[in-house]
Design a protein around this ligand. Structure first.
Ligand code: HSE
Length: 411
């Protein structure tokens, strides 16, 4: 028998207990040994709940107990998670975590401590909920040079954009539903402003490229400025608006960005709907590989945590190599990245506005929408982001013209 502890009895923590209890027999078979939850750490009490008898609020009890070999950290937030995980690793325990803030910020350091202590730090559930993506990057795609990862990495925003598209509903209304379903973060601005997806693409990039990618260096834009009319334009062009997180390697530099993006119906990520996430990985030998599944929610996330617990139990006293150094990778300036924009232009005089557009951009595809009066949209050619932003600003300065919105487009 091997004993484990679960830190945090929130949505994911209670899911971990549920998965371990529901699938106990097959989990024990796969682990090769009986896994017993010896402690659940939480400040709160849960009268009448079966975990009541194993609840503690004292981390030292867990850290000092030599029977506890694996700790599942599912509390979220950087502190006290960081201090406790570090201590646990230094005590020789393996740690599995679903905490993307912790992994994005301290992953490289915690992996190096695990290596030094001959234990493991595993974090499959920190990206993509129940989708296996960390282990494939670390263990399956090792023969390739990965040159691009692009994904829909936030279930809440994908759920919101899908409902806005399918049901013509407003942003705030759908956000409330996502919160009620337990998809959104405690502070939903982490979802809708793109910060959650940003941390996840930072983790995937660091793993894929083997060097530290700081999430603060990633340009991040959320979906709060996306309106019903933007979605109507997208539909007219047979596109979907998705919050895409992308990271691409060119020479020795990478360029990374999180932003709402219009994608055509032939894009592999265009059919990903609702709370589902998907990650498209491009390797120089394997070509394109895609991973798809539930990116948020109690049981899918808990399933990934428990899979890590099983892996940690199978590898007690044996460090699994993970290629993520603390050295920072060189980032490309966003201004130098090639982009196309969909731009909504409000005008006083249509002919005059079209002339101004042609003077600045040349002749472009123009899209008109019946329900959008006194405006049209243009789709730019592929140019560097810096140059395009300058041209859009120039257009904005022209008399009688106002830029209503701009969205990156891949079509
Ligand atoms: N709030 C996150 C999401 C949860 O919506 O994807 C999973 O990380």
């Amino acid at each position: 028998m091997v004993s484990i502890a679960v830190l945090g009895y929130g949505i994911v923590g209670s899911g971990v207990v549920e998965v371990l209890n529901a699938n106990q027999a097959s989990i024990d078979k796969r682990a090769g040994i009986h896994i017993r939850i010896k402690y659940v750490l939480d400040k709160r009490r849960f009268p009448g709940n079966p975990v009541e008898d194993i609840l503690t609020d004292d981390i030292e009890t867990i850290l000092q107990d030599p029977e506890v070999k694996v700790i599942a950290e599912v509390m979220g937030g950087v502190e006290p998670a960081y201090s406790w995980v570090k201590k646990a690793l230094l005590c020789g325990k393996s740690v599995v975590s679903s905490n993307k803030e912790l992994v994005a910020q301290h992953g490289a350091e915690l992996l190096s401590i695990a290596k030094q202590m001959n234990t493991n730090f595993l974090f499959e559930a920190s990206v993509g909920g129940g989708i296996p993506i960390i282990r494939p990057l670390n263990e399956s795609l090792t023969a390739d040079e990965i040159y691009e990862i692009t994904g829909i990495l936030n279930g809440t925003t994908n759920f919101i954009l899908t409902k806005m598209t399918q049901e013509g509903r407003e942003f705030e209304d759908v956000l409330k539903e996502a919160q009620a379903l337990g998809y959104a973060e405690r502070n939903p601005s982490a979802d809708v402003e793109g910060h959650d997806a940003c941390r996840k693409i930072a983790i995937l990039s660091s793993l894929a490229f083997g060097m530290q990618v700081d999430y603060e260096d990633i340009y991040t834009e959320g979906i709060t400025a996306i309106s019903k009319l933007d979605i109507a334009y997208a539909k007219k062009m047979s596109c979907q608006i998705k919050l895409l997180a992308t990271s691409q390697k060119e020479d020795q530099r990478i360029f990374a960005r999180v932003s709402p993006t219009m994608i055509g119906s032939d894009h592999p990520l265009s059919t990903v709907q609702g709370v589902f996430n998907a990650v498209l990985v491009k390797g120089n030998m394997i070509g394109d590989v895609m991973f798809y599944g539930r990116g948020a929610g109690k049981l899918p996330t808990a399933s990934a945590v428990v899979a890590d617990i099983i892996d940690a139990v199978r590898h007690l006293n044996q460090n699994k190599i993970c290629f993520w150094s603390t050295e920072k990778i060189q980032m490309m300036d966003l201004k130098d990245a090639p982009t196309r924009f969909f731009v909504r232009v409000a005008y006083e005089d249509f002919e005059g506005a079209i002339k101004e557009v042609e003077n600045i951009f040349g002749v472009l595809e123009v899209v008109r929408l019946e329900e959008a009066s006194k405006e049209f949209a243009i789709i730019t050619e592929l140019e560097t982001e810096g140059l395009l932003q300058e041209k859009i600003e120039e257009l904005q300065q022209r008399n009688g013209i106002k830029i209503v919105n701009r969205i990156r487009i891949e079509k």
